[in-house]
Design a protein around this ligand. Sequence first.
Ligand code: GDP
Length: 319
Amino acid sequence: MHAPARPATPLDRAATVLVAGSTGLVGSAVLRHLHARGFTRAVGIHSADLDLTDRRATLDYLTALRPAAVIDAAARVGGIAANDAEPVEFLNDNLTIQTNLFTAAHAADVDRLLFLGSSCIYPKHSPQPIPESALLTGPLEETNDAYAIAKIAGVTAVRSYRRQYGRRWISAMPTNVYGPGDNFHPTRSHVLPALIRRFHEAVATGAGEVTVWGSGTPRREFVHVDDLAAACLHLLDHYDEPSPVNIGVGEDLTIADLVALVARATGFTGRITWDASRPDGTPRKLLDVSRLRATGWKPRIDLAEGVRDTVDWYARHRA
Ligand code: GDP
């Protein structure tokens, strides 16, 4: 590893830290983590209080609050079907939210910012595991290219604010995230919450068969949202360079193995059928996490344990 251009400075625990997107899976976990780590002035934005697609309102909010740091976990997100069906909203909303937030943060003189992207910014046929250097080296996966382009624009914006204005802004690219508080919508959600819901319901209703999408051969990597939240703070404390940093666990599994894991965790023993008319998406998406590891961070929550906890959470909160 090359030496950083300048050492990162840990975030001041007494400073005001704003978490954008704090009602979502990632943002709510980040806010919980900051509070647990002694940030007494960490605040979230509820979508009811501030619409981040409203430029003026975002500017007014940030310039009034004047946070020392912003963690941007605000985005329109969804699984493969939602991305495929609504590319216009995934592109426009994400570009608008990012631009408004970055413009307002700069106007409010916010010197520390962490932008959260996604592993889907990398080309469809990237080397595996995917290093950060794979960015912009090939065509994207078609089912979520609009979302990916918006996130790539975010990474470029962060780099540009660093270069042009000397801002200590950084970006991180998490792999597939899961955990309590996820979106469990039957068709719009990501694979793990979708499976948890479907298998849980099958067990509850005594259905003997569950249908899952695609071929089962794609490979995916999953990070628990509490691990991701810890990684975000770790990066703000220890990393200050223009290149994004991948956040992952360093291991993946096939969708078929994931399905077996969820079936076990929910107690489903019936038949599993595959709906081949549903898209597989990108064949493999395993992140190279050596840059993150070099900063001294590694995940704590094992996938089987994390899935069991998420199944329990879902069972308690389903109503
Ligand atoms: P991706 O990682 O961007 O491709 O997004 P997803 O999390 O939505 O899908 C990951 C993989 O899981 C794809 O290969 C899907 O075909 C597969 N999959 C299997 N069953 C489901 C399901 O019920 N919902 C979703 N979203 N994906 C599923």
